[in-house]
Design a protein around this ligand. Structure first.
Ligand SMILES: [Zn+2]
Length: 109
């Protein structure tokens, strides 16, 4: 499925951004963390990163949380529905951002 591919691509991208930031960091603790994250299984990766990374990673972590949530919704067959009104989100919006959780009218509220 197309959206799933977009989500997985973006997850991989966010993940490599996080690892690239860690690689540039001068804190020794970040070097260790990078080794840990490189060895962490993908299903535990986000929890591990969210628990250990500081506020400078908050935006990347929150984006990844949304992407992972959308992937889970695909797996249980609930993808593409607004979390407020439960209407189907239009497919153009999902192509712009495959991780959106609200339809156009609920997003404006
Ligand atoms: Zn809605």
């Amino acid at each position: 499925m197309h959206h799933q591919k977009m989500l997985n691509n973006e997850i991989a991208q966010v993940k490599s951004n996080i690892l690239a930031m860690l690689a540039k960091s001068t804190y020794p603790v970040h070097k260790n963390l990078m080794l840990v994250l490189n060895k962490t299984a993908s299903n535990e990766w986000l929890d591990c990163a969210a628990e250990k990374l500081g506020p400078e990673y908050a935006l990347l972590i929150s984006r990844m949380t949304k992407l992972e949530a959308a992937v889970s919704q695909i797996e249980i067959g609930q993808y593409g529905y607004c979390c407020d009104c439960e209407e189907k989100i239009n497919s153009e919006s999902l192509l712009i951002d495959p991780a959106i959780q609200r339809c156009h009218s609920c997003a404006k509220k």
